[in-house]
Unconditional design. Structure first.
Length: 116
């Protein structure tokens, strides 16, 4: 079955960096558009980054441009979100999302907490 598993979250100090991973299984990963969303307590889920199936095109939310970078390795069925210059307002649960021809899937999320 379709499965997305995020990892790499944790507690990090302001200014720090993280790399989140999203391991996909159960579908043709190279055909899916992969996105990262985040949801902070009391706020709506927002789009952070999107990467096209071939990996040659990315888009980012305004609040993360220049600090976040999305990538993917289609040979490993894995998407990545590289996060730099973390701020306390980046604290949220980060979700991986896959949009394929026939379905949309979500991972369970990974918590990122930015605090000194």
């Amino acid at each position: 079955q379709v499965q997305l598993v995020e990892s790499g979250g944790g507690l990090v100090q302001p200014g720090g960096s993280l790399r989140l991973s999203c391991a996909a299984s159960g579908f043709t990963f190279s055909s899916a558009v992969m996105s990262w969303y985040r949801q902070a307590p009391g706020k709506e889920r927002e789009l952070v980054a999107r990467i096209r199936s071939s990996g040659d095109s990315t888009t980012y939310g305004d609040s993360v441009k220049g600090r976040f970078s999305a990538s993917r390795d289609n040979a490993k069925n894995t998407a990545y979100l590289h996060i730099n210059s973390l701020k306390p307002e980046d604290t949220a649960v980060y979700y991986c999302n896959a949009v394929h021809y026939t379905f949309t899937a979500w991972g369970q999320g990974t918590q990122v907490t930015v605090s000194s």
